[in-house]
Design a binder for this molecule. Sequence first.
Ligand SMILES: CC(C)(COP(=O)(O)OP(=O)(O)OC[C@H]1O[C@@H](n2cnc3c(N)ncnc32)[C@H](O)[C@@H]1OP(=O)(O)O)[C@@H](O)C(=O)NCCC(=O)NCCS
Length: 181
Amino acid sequence: MAEPVKAGRALELRPLRLRDARALFALVDANRNRLRRWLPWPEANRSLQDSRAYILRVRAQAKLGAALPFGLWWKGSLVGVAGFVWIDPANRSAAIGYWLTQDVEGRGLMTAAVSALLRHGFRVLKLNRIEIRAGVRNRRSRAIPERLGFRHEGTLRQAERLADRYVDHAVYGLLAGEWKP
Ligand SMILES: CC(C)(COP(=O)(O)OP(=O)(O)OC[C@H]1O[C@@H](n2cnc3c(N)ncnc32)[C@H](O)[C@@H]1OP(=O)(O)O)[C@@H](O)C(=O)NCCC(=O)NCCS
């Protein structure tokens, strides 16, 4: 599992550990209605046991080099999750995903976290391409790759099934040669 990644003075990305399950579940539960507007998994995450199972699953994927999710810690509290939701080593390609608790929205924390993930992805994991997909109408999510110099590459129609609808995804890509640290 990777080392923690510093994303600013008070912001740190730490590999998720089983002992984070309680804090993680509390955060998911408090943000459930908001998260399910854009993410499919809150439907299936209903108990502390579900959060434990999620952490065990992603830790196993991380060991295989297939994913790398981090807990986002700000001023000593868990405030969200950000990381590589899949890594394709053969193509040196990966996708970043993220969510944040509502109380810390609007401070640039996720932009700083994703910027640190780009550094980790290009420098440490030696990736050539990093992708972010966001619901076409998810303004806050789309603003992150737009702020960080990604190119908008197109739209995947009805790419994701949420609780009540299919959503189109805006696909953003950034290549190693385009990245400005
Ligand atoms: C997507 C999500 C993580 C974005 O959160 P966010 O707080 O808007 O993003 P950031 O932490 O990067 O903050 C950016 C905001 O902080 C402001 N900001 C303040 N200081 C800043 C700084 N130094 N750098 C960048 N932005 C800064 C920006 O202006 C922006 O606010 P605005 O949209 O009101 O103009 C959050 O809305 C979320 O978790 N949504 C629900 C789950 C979700 O949709 N996940 C993504 C699925 S694809």
